[in-house]
Design a protein around this ligand. Structure first.
Ligand SMILES: [Zn+2]
Length: 192
């Protein structure tokens, strides 16, 4: 007798969510599933984003590459209902701060992100409103840090993680005010 079921088998360690950036052509309409953003200094080397692992033992810092802060949230994209990781620059991510200050979480933040000039790399505008999770449930958040480390092909060591779980996943060292000022157009050409 076949083993029929209505449920697909789950794979407990699913590290492969797609990473999205704000498209140039049309707005991104999505609901955040993670309780907070994950912020990480990154380098753009050999045409890809990779994490900066600290000024003292980072080979890319040693080579003189600039770094910039990226922020990541997990979100459910409403067109297609796909669970994704949304990547944004520090400047774009700051637009989520008022929402986080009011609701003390980013989970269930329904946002629209778009580029008013419709140009690749152009400035991003983000508008937020509250999604009613009781009326329409959203998925549990994935482990963003594990997914990023998997994508970046670097080891994830939870015990040396700088995030304090007691603070709800906030980063201990904040993005510096001049983060975007470190941008080096000659090396760093990835989209905003
Ligand atoms: Zn570095």
């Amino acid at each position: 007798m076949p083993q029929f079921s209505n449920e697909l088998p789950t794979s407990p360690q699913r590290f492969a969510l797609p990473i999205l950036r704000t498209p140039a052509s049309k707005p991104l309409d999505a609901i955040i599933t993670s309780p907070d953003m994950i912020v990480c200094p990154t380098h753009f080397v050999h045409n890809r984003t990779i994490p900066c692992e600290g000024v003292n033992d980072c080979p890319h810092c040693a080579e003189g590459h600039s770094f910039r802060f990226h922020a990541y949230v997990s979100c459910l994209v409403l067109e297609g209902l796909q669970h994704c990781i949304f990547e944004m620059t520090k400047r774009a991510a700051e637009q989520f701060k008022p929402y986080r200050d009011i609701y003390s979480t980013l989970r269930a933040c329904h946002f629209i992100a778009w580029r008013p000039s419709k140009r690749f790399n152009a400035r991003i505008v983000i508008k937020c409103k509250r999604h009613d999770e009781l009326e329409k449930p959203i998925p549990d958040p994935p482990d963003i840090k594990r997914i990023l480390c998997h994508l970046w092909n670097v080891q994830y060591k939870p015990d040396t993680d700088r995030l304090d779980p007691d603070t709800g996943g906030r980063l201990h060292f904040p993005a510096p005010a001049n983060g975007d000022g470190r941008y080096r157009p000659t090396i760093h050409t990835e989209p905003d």
